[in-house]
Design a protein around this ligand. Sequence first.
Ligand code: QAP
Ligand code: CO
Length: 171
Amino acid sequence: MALLPILQYPDPRLHTVAKPVTVFDDALRQLVADMAETMYEAPGIGLAATQVDQHIQLIVIDLSKEKNDLLVLINPKITAQSGEQDYEEGCLSVPGVYESVTRAEWIKVEAHDATGTLFKLEADGLLSVCIQHEMDHLKGKVFVEYLSSLKRNRIRSKMVKHAREIERNNY
Ligand code: QAP
Ligand code: CO
């Protein structure tokens, strides 16, 4: 088990498009375990491989309080969706920033688990938002890209300034 560094916005690597997973081996399952540990430690409710600089279609999610209900989605596809909902989202790659985003209310998803087995899932509410947010990461999209350019530029400046302060303190 290992904690992985999480890329921080506006790192350009967050805009990399992830490739499908083709081999379901022990190295993949090790990455799943490390991503889960990294998400739980943060703590967060969702993490995409893109955020730990691994550009494959892999997402981990756990909405449970007890952190004992890990959902692993590999090569996920939304096969149906309906409705709209607004949710105040955050992101481990944009800490301290919470903004409302409009997404589908209900989604139907097809994905593989860590052993390669295909499964189907229907989600609404927070789980639906979280899956859509994490699937955006796999396409190279961060939630702040749904905001106005004014808001996004303010967030970008704040993040760059914060990163410089951390750099200075480490010197
Ligand atoms: C994505 O986000 C998400 O700003 C997962 O300081 C968020 O786990 C989907 C976090 C909301 C749906 C709704 C954010 C932790 C965690 C922060 C997260 C922070 C510390 C975010
Ligand atoms: Co995120």
